[in-house]
Design a protein around this ligand. Structure first.
Ligand code: SAH
Length: 216
């Protein structure tokens, strides 16, 4: 599988990095990670040609792999550090988790759809991403077992902030979550300033598949 990343793919990826940079992403570590992850390997063959366009694409189970700009934007807000233990909600294709895995120590990722969880869990180690621990469950509960986390990233659109996720953050930690009661969500970064206090910052507007409760 490693060998399926060709010079052509690398060239397309360099162009994608420039597109994302031109849209305002400045963190060079984030840009390098986008330049490193072979996005075409996270997609069905049918979409391979489009893998390095800056757009969301369909994956299994009616879900989508996020747009690279959105992935870069969320990653930049999360500000991952090499010592961080990060929880992602919404594994999907595994692409966002792969980008994060270049930038932190350990990444856990939860998916609520069993078929997608199984597919991506098998695929990630095959394409060289062994550092990502995938979990099957409801992201609204976070992961008691592996908490607390330095950072938590939600990659589905929420209409309320799950209390479990706030609890499972370390003091000083960040929760990045697309939030709002409309279809278009506002990107929030919630900083846990003390055991029971939080500071909220609002950023740009984005569209996401919905953050749904329960598992299927
Ligand atoms: N991070 C993914 C984006 C996938 S789209 C990627 O890089 O490809 C969002 C994903 O969130 C979908 O796979 C959806 O099934 C999942 N999801 C929605 N609600 C969830 C929940 N409560 N717990 C865990 N995953 C959830």
């Amino acid at each position: 599988m490693y060998l399926m990343d060709s010079y052509r793919h690398k060239g397309l990826r360099r162009q994608l990095v420039e597109v994302v940079r031109a849209k305002g992403i400045t963190n060079t570590l984030v840009l390098d990670a986008i330049g490193s992850v072979p996005r075409h390997l996270f997609l069905d063959k049918a979409f391979e040609e489009q893998a390095y366009k800056d757009k969301a694409l369909p994956i299994l189970a009616n879900q989508t792999i996020s747009q690279p700009y959105t992935v870069a934007y969320q990653t930049e807000l999360l500000d991952p550090r090499p010592t961080d233990k990060i929880l992602e909600i919404g594994t999907g294709s595994g692409y966002q988790a792969a980008v994060l895995s270049h930038l932190c120590k350990k990444i856990y990722s939860i998916e609520r759809q069993e078929a997608l969880y199984k597919y991506t869990s098998r695929k990630l180690p095959e394409i060289g991403y062994e550092k990502i621990r995938t979990l099957y469950g409801d992201g609204y509960q976070g992961s008691e077992r592996f908490a607390p986390f330095d950072k938590i990233l939600v990659t589905a659109g929420a209409s309320f902030i799950p209390p479990a996720l706030l609890e499972q953050l370390k003091v000083g930690g960040y929760l990045v979550i697309p939030f709002g009661d409309k279809e278009v969500k506002t990107m929030l970064r919630i900083i846990k300033t003390d055991t029971d206090s939080y500071k909220e910052e609002a950023y740009g507007e984005f569209r996401f598949v919905p953050f749904l409760e329960g598992i299927v």
